[in-house]
Design a protein. Structure first.
Length: 76
């Protein structure tokens, strides 16, 4: 995947294109099967990452609070 194409794909996925740029991008990938395949693969990964819900473990939070209390920072 060339850098220009991947940058455009990411900008499209993150809604960082104007309406005109989006139309041009869609037109470009709709006429190029290889680019469409790359876009679909990238979008699948993007969707998986967006579906993840990550949070620190309770132990990590407790350790951060303990460390902060050493410096007298109030963590509630």
């Amino acid at each position: 995947m060339n850098t220009l194409n991947s940058d455009s794909m990411l900008r499209y996925l993150y809604n960082e294109m104007s309406a005109e740029e989006s139309q041009g991008f869609l037109g470009m990938i709709n006429t190029n099967a290889a680019m469409m395949d790359q876009y679909i693969e990238l979008k699948e990964g993007f969707d998986v990452l967006n579906s993840l819900s990550l949070s620190p473990s309770r132990r990590s939070v407790d350790r951060i609070k303990a460390y902060a209390s050493i410096d007298g920072i109030s963590m509630q």
